[in-house]
Design a protein around this ligand. Structure first.
Ligand code: GEM
Ligand code: ZN
Length: 374
């Protein structure tokens, strides 16, 4: 059996692949960092009809070891259709099983979003009459960081920013952005209502280097971009520096930072309640956003991160820094690596398609709220 990871977002180390019924593997650390959790590899030489087990033996030392409880890995024969496979976790690591139907299969922590698909998404977006490439930053390794501007029809539009995948292993984030961009092509009544009041500023992918390298959490300098917002640097976090410069140029009236969460099996948000500048106005906007999203989409408010104490927010996080700096509604949107347990799908768990649907639902909420953002 051959195990490969020499491709976009590949990450695995082979310990011993001599026994095809029990292949011993390990997850490689993020580049220049101690973080690890994301894995993505291809197994070639499977025997149809045989159950193969792949053991990721260092899973207990990963960044979020509690996240393996209740988690199932995803597999695919064609790289398009991804499905959950029987997965157990014990002292020996994370054990992923497949009753093989074909000789080759891919395995990953979540349905990967490839750089090639990102390129296709940009072509699709820029073909839309309302979308322009406003600016283009560059990652540390020189990958483009496009800022898309969706021009509405208002003479003084509200400016709604969405950025995705600061954490490179959270591939659900660019699936979300694909869903948003695809809805722009539909030109429905709600969308027209939104674009009559607001322009959109989109960064479909904040961390292309980290994603390509198969990192979970950091960029090519080993930096967690979602801890760089108070002091971004050209040498270590140019991706954040670029976005802040563009925000200063164009302004911000609402901000959504799209992420994935390893442990919590629900879709949820984290707000700015701990910001020094948090006001009853922002509190009301946050509550209305949540209530409206619960009414239309796969979302809930019971499960999520602990709320920050007043004045105790970490302003190095994008959501908090933007919310504080621009006195605006700002949210971290979290999708699960596992499933949204209020509406579980045993075959796929949370996946790309559901991430896309959430983006469409959030646009519906923004269409109703755009006029209240200031
Ligand atoms: C999280 S954001 C953490 C927000 N926490 C609170 N209490 N507001 C991060 O960066 O750690 C986002 C993520 O990793 O998905
Ligand atoms: Zn994240």
């Amino acid at each position: 059996m051959q195990i490969r990871s020499d491709f976009d977002s590949g990450n695995i180390q082979v310990l011993d692949a001599s026994d095809p019924s029990r292949v011993r593997l390990a997850i490689r650390k993020d580049f220049a960092s101690d973080h690890f959790q994301w894995f993505h590899f291809l197994a070639d030489g499977l025997t149809p009809g045989q159950t193969h087990c792949f053991s990721l033996e260092n899973a207990r030392q990963s960044s979020y070891p509690l996240a393996w409880s209740g988690y199932q890995a995803v597999a695919s024969y064609d790289g398009e259709d991804w499905f959950r496979v029987p997965t157990t976790f014990d002292d020996g690591g994370l054990h992923v099983e497949l009753l093989a139907e074909q000789a080759q299969a891919r395995f990953a922590y979540f349905e990967p979003y490839s750089r090639a698909r990102h390129a296709q998404l940009l072509v699709k977006a820029l073909a839309l009459p309302s979308v322009e490439l406003l600016a283009c930053g560059s990652s540390l390794q020189g990958r483009e960081l496009p800022l898309l501007h969706v021009r509405g029809t208002a003479s003084a539009p509200r400016k709604i920013w969405l950025i995705a995948q600061q954490h490179p292993g959270e591939h659900m984030a660019e699936w979300y952005m694909e869903g948003l961009i695809e809805r722009l092509a539909k030109d429905d009544e709600e969308l027209r209502c939104l674009l009559a009041q607001a322009d959109l500023y989109l960064i479909p992918h904040m961390n292309p280097d980290g994603a390509f390298l198969g990192n979970l959490r950091t960029n090519a300098a080993g930096r967690d971009l979602n801890r760089a917002w108070q002091a971004p640097s050209a040498s270590e976090s140019p991706e954040v520096l670029f976005v802040q410069q563009q925000m200063a140029t164009h302004g911000v009236d609402c901000f959504l930072d799209i992420h994935g969460d390893e442990e919590i099996p629900y879709v949820f948000t984290a707000g700015c309640e701990g910001n020094p500048g948090f006001t009853p106005r922002l509190d009301a906007l946050e509550q209305e956003f949540r209530q409206r999203l619960m009414a239309v989409g796969e979302f809930q408010v019971e499960h999520g991160y602990p709320r920050d104490e007043p004045g105790q927010a970490n302003l190095a996080l994008a959501c908090n820094w933007v919310g504080q700096t621009y006195d605006c509604l700002a949210y971290t949107v979290e999708m699960p690596f596992k499933d949204h347990d209020l509406s579980p799908d045993p075959r796929t768990g949370w996946n790309g398609a559901r991430s896309k649907r959430l983006a469409r639902d959030v646009l519906s909420v923004l269409a109703v709220m755009a006029g209240k953002l200031r």
